[in-house]
Design a protein around this ligand. Structure first.
Ligand SMILES: [Zn+2]
Length: 361
């Protein structure tokens, strides 16, 4: 976006300036950004551990949202997404406020681990408490200092180690506003799934904060399609909320795959796995989707799709134990043209110049 482009559409009517934004004892003026360190705890060295937030406080009033990554410390794709979004945004031409947290699980991130040093899962530790375990303290600070100030959150995850997820948005079931935001985010699939107790999504709902959970790519890896999908989605949501201007070349958005149920297909035996189909492919019930053979290549056992659907995730490590989850298939509402639609989304994301690393909006 260039300097000549007009002000955000829905914020344009509001000519009043925003008030300063306060966080952790720091005041941030409108049109500016600041990096805030929220003290969390002490580490084993006795030194302080802090949660880092980059606040972009716009020129005009508007919603306050957060974007978080690496709640699971090895799921770093959202960190790359946030880096690229930050390079594109300028608080001076924004309405509202965005809180970016590129690394929430500051402890697991350093260890390349999903968990905290106390072996707890941060995304099962909400609401936490100031006097609880390390995970409880971190969850509680994140809740009190960040989540409670916002009306919407976008939390970015990836698949587990040695697995890949097609870019997808997961939302609580039967929430029309979330459904609308999830659809316009522009990821390949939208999945309505129940909330896990103690998860960020569960606790945010209790606080009246809507949550979009993005899943994309592989743990401990960056991939361009996932990064572009995240960047595109955040900009789409911000434009929809009137915080930035809409995409200058926005065209008819391709309808993502909409899903309510997903099934893992597991390894029928231990050995070496070869997949015949992969994430983004549509599969028919009974279709062979891969095989697992012994170390000499013999005694291969095929495995098949249990339902008609789209593959939303797959294992990337060929060495498998019997029962390992290999292919994640989601049942879709409109099956007929789902593969074409998913391919169109991939093509549009990879060809969109605005999503290039050095392109400013
Ligand atoms: Zn995760």
């Amino acid at each position: 976006m260039t300097d000549e482009t007009p002000e955000p559409t829905t914020a344009a009517a509001d000519t009043s300036a925003a008030s300063p934004f306060a966080m952790a004892g720091v005041s941030i003026d409108p049109r500016t950004s600041a990096t805030i360190a929220i003290p969390v705890s002490n580490t084993a060295t006795g030194l302080p551990a802090s949660l880092y937030v980059r606040v972009l406080h716009g020129a005009k009033p508007g919603p306050c949202i957060f974007v978080s990554a690496a709640i699971h410390g090895d799921e770093i794709i959202g960190t790359a997404v946030i880096q690229r979004v930050l390079a594109k945004l300028d608080a001076a031409s924004m309405a509202g406020t965005v809180l970016f947290l590129p690394v929430v699980n500051i402890f697991g991130f350093q260890q390349h681990s999903r968990y905290l040093p106390d072996r707890r899962d941060l995304n099962r530790s909400f609401p936490g408490s100031a006097k609880g375990s390390l995970a409880a303290q971190l969850a509680n600070k994140f809740l009190k200092e960040v989540i409670c100030h916002c009306s919407l959150g976008i939390d970015i995850h990836s698949a587990a180690v040695h697995r890949y997820n097609l870019p997808q948005i997961r939302i609580a079931p039967d929430n029309e506003r979330l459904r609308e935001l999830a659809m316009l985010f522009g990821a390949h699939a939208v999945i309505e799934s129940p909330l896990r107790p103690g998860s960020l999504r569960d606790i945010a709902r209790g606080e009246g904060v809507d949550m979009l959970l993005m899943e994309a790519g592989e743990a401990l890896r960056f991939d361009e399609l996932s990064v572009r999908s995240g960047v595109n989605g955040i900009l789409n949501v911000m434009a929809h909320l009137g915080m930035i201007q809409p995409h200058p070349e926005a065209t008819q958005v391709t309808l993502p795959a909409r899903c309510r149920r997903a099934i893992w297909v597991r390894a029928p035996r231990g050995g070496l796995c070869t997949l015949a189909r992969t994430s983004g492919d549509a599969v028919k019930k009974g279709e062979v989707i891969g095989r697992v053979s012994g170390i000499f290549g013999d005694d291969a056992a095929e495995f098949r799709a249990p339902i008609d659907g789209i593959i939303i995730g797959h294992a990337v490590l060929p060495v498998v134990n019997q029962g390992d989850a290999l292919v994640h298939i989601a049942e879709v509402m409109r099956f007929g043209d789902v593969e074409e639609r998913v391919d169109q989304i991939t093509e549009a994301l990879l060809n969109d110049r605005l999503l290039d690393e050095d392109e400013l909006i």
